[in-house]
Design a protein around this ligand. Sequence first.
Ligand SMILES: C[S@@+](CC[C@H](N)C(=O)[O-])C[C@H]1O[C@@H](n2cnc3c(N)ncnc32)[C@H](O)[C@@H]1O
Length: 391
Amino acid sequence: MDRTAFEKRIKRRVSGREHDFFIVCSPGLETVCRSEMLTARFPQNNLKLIDGGIEFKGRISDCAAMNLNLRSPSRILFRIGRFKADSFEKLEKKIRAIDFALFLPENCTLNFSVTARKSRLYHSDAIAERCEAIILNQMESMAAFTADKASAQTVYIRADRDEFHISLDSTGDLLFKRGIKEKVTPAPLRENLAFAMLFRAGFSTTDILIDPMCGSGTFSLEAAMIKAGIPPGLFRSFAFESWPSFSPKAFAHLKKQAEENRVKLSEKQIFASDIDHQAVAVMQQNMANHDFCQTIDLCQKDFFSIDPAVICPGKKGVIMLNPPYGKRLEEKNGAKTLYREIEKKLLSDFKGWRLGLILPLKEALPNPLLKLRWKPVFHGGLNIFTGIGTI
Ligand SMILES: C[S@@+](CC[C@H](N)C(=O)[O-])C[C@H]1O[C@@H](n2cnc3c(N)ncnc32)[C@H](O)[C@@H]1O
């Protein structure tokens, strides 16, 4: 088949029609993601919230736009096959029936992520091996129409009660990686969680933010991107960019529009600080790389010496706090004392401010003085608690 015929087939079978996608979210962030999609006016057809994410029907171009613009998810999967199989023979037959040439970049390195639950086929390595052999065989006979640079593609295989879902990862590096932070300090927050907390606290483009334990600056950088209207994916690349169905022209247009809509920030509206000079140096470098120095005010300071009436006289906004976790402090009781002192400081100097607070456990703050709405979130391998409320 010649190139034109292949491109027509891609259009007919892939880019020109709707498919099923799954937006993977960290447990606890699914509802934020749905609200984010509503706010961003993404097509609402067939959205279905389930544990761990959101299913939707859309085009490859919707998948690209969501990767570029959504702040809360972890990744987006493109579902290319769904079938029942309770033996390797049936699995292999169904995998052979999928035309991988339509979806996979030529010369890509394949990775597999397999999970099987309550299924006759349960050995994930064996499932991956059988599928890989078939896909590689198909790829050997593919024509060289697609990306010439070597790329990696992860194939997700999920079996639940013998029902298989075959998906391709459209994202690549997890979406919390915005391509902004060159360096991080210990225990950095993920950007999708920072966003979820800002979102739940009602942070808007006109709000002031105080980030007094900024570390490498996740809250401040996320807030600066929101204020400037910069899509979270503008400075990074995605796995779908090497798919045969990818349209570089259309995606470049989306990014160009975003660049043109970038709001020039000239006022200091974000106040970041940390007690540790190394953290301040890391944050300084991270914000300078993307021209955020006009809007982020950064200094080395102890949180307990901050007076918001001096920083932004007559104004109230949002304060986000991600204190050191217990395990990083000398002892757990030291952590409890620190959290109690933080509460007292907030109550004395930040009355009327909206607050986001992260704790390793709700019990780390027994008999809390602040009434916050708590939500458990799974973050970087740990179960943590995020509290939101007005002081
Ligand atoms: C868990 S880290 C914050 C990580 C940050 N959110 C990020 O994404 O990189 C906690 C930070 O609190 C800072 N810190 C601890 N005690 C402080 C205090 N009394 N005043 C200001 N910063 C403090 C530490 O230096 C550390 O950078």
